[in-house]
Design a protein around this ligand. Structure first.
Ligand SMILES: [Cu+2]
Length: 313
């Protein structure tokens, strides 16, 4: 006879301790280590309702109160976080629901002592099939529509005027792809704020930031807090991606197809810029820093570095 592993024997010992007292239809009692026990009404609608409520409220509470994201440091971070909270809540409710169902089924439908026959020959359940088709369909449709709405609010669907880059001689035929935050730039323009234009060049394995207004080329991105920044990004070689987790922004940087990324930083600090597209052997080291400063500090950095002749390579 094959030897049963220790863990399996231990689990079976614990499960065999869960007994249904004779004469207690619809009840089962759990006795652990013979020290304490409790009785649960398994068939009761109230019990099922309580479990469903626990899963729903518990999942929603975790989704709304457990924060897995880093500091939010840009205008659209708060918009993104709303979507994340909704997705995390849905995910937690589903996860808890599945785990609770599996654990309850393990206890309720376990093999009883002396049971040697096969299980019931169940051939399908139309109600159940309609239920488990409809629920995911509704959830996915809601997530899709809500994500689209958030992307739209971030300015992802806005038309791409050549904000702040008028000085660049771009042909009319040139297509610019993917722009997040364009609406921020236009709403800032209405308030009399001008977006700072920055050209980003990505290459294996670095980001270069070019400030056309001061002819500055920097390996570090410096921006003032509270002012919109409009970046036009292009790659010299392969596809890279500009990602700042604290800004909740990620945009591909593609060779031959400029992409636009706009944002307004809301908190000062140094945040990591990470390449988020596998771009070669040193992809993991392709990092830079965005330094968000008070406007006066930014101005002094800008004045110090402006028009410094740096030879482009
Ligand atoms: Cu890269």
């Amino acid at each position: 006879m094959q030897e049963i592993p220790c863990t399996a024997r231990l689990i079976s010992k614990y499960l065999s301790a869960l007994t249904i007292p004779t004469g207690c239809k619809g009840l089962f009692s759990i006795t652990l280590k013979g020290q304490w026990s409790f009785v649960v009404p398994t068939s009761s609608a109230i019990f099922n309702l309580l479990i469903a409520l626990f899963v729903l409220i518990g999942g929603l509470w975790i989704g709304q109160n457990v924060n897995l994201l880093p500091l939010d440091a840009s205008v659209n971070a708060t918009v993104y976080d709303q979507l994340f909270k909704v997705l995390f809540s849905i995910g937690t409710v589903l996860f808890l629901g599945i785990v609770v169902l599996v654990v309850l089924s393990l206890i309720k439908f376990r093999r009883k002592p002396g049971q040697t026959g096969d299980g019931l020959p169940i051939e399908g359940n139309l109600t159940l099939e309609i239920f488990w088709t409809a629920v995911p369909a509704i959830v996915i449709l809601f997530v899709g529509l809500y994500s689209y709405d958030i992307y739209d609010r971030m300015g992802g669907m806005a038309t791409l005027p050549n904000n702040g880059h008028e000085h660049l001689s771009m042909s009319k035929e040139e297509r610019i792809w993917g722009g997040i935050g364009s609406s921020e730039v236009s709403s800032a323009a209405n308030k009399g704020l001008t977006a700072i234009p920055i050209n980003v060049t990505a290459m294996q394995f670095a980001f270069l930031f070019h400030y056309p207004e001061g002819e500055i080329i920097s390996g570090e991105l410096h921006v003032p807090v509270g002012q919109p920044v409009n970046m036009r990004m292009e790659s010299k070689d392969v596809i890279h991606a500009f990602w700042v987790p604290e800004f909740r922004l990620k945009q591909d940087v593609i060779p031959g197809q400029p992409t636009i990324l706009s944002f307004t930083p809301t908190k000062t600090g140094r945040f990591p810029i990470i390449c988020a597209e596998l771009c070669g052997p040193y992809h993991g080291g392709m990092r830079s820093t965005v330094v968000v400063e008070e406007p006066e500090n930014y101005q002094s950095w800008f004045q110090k570095n402006a028009k410094t002749p740096i030879s482009e390579t």
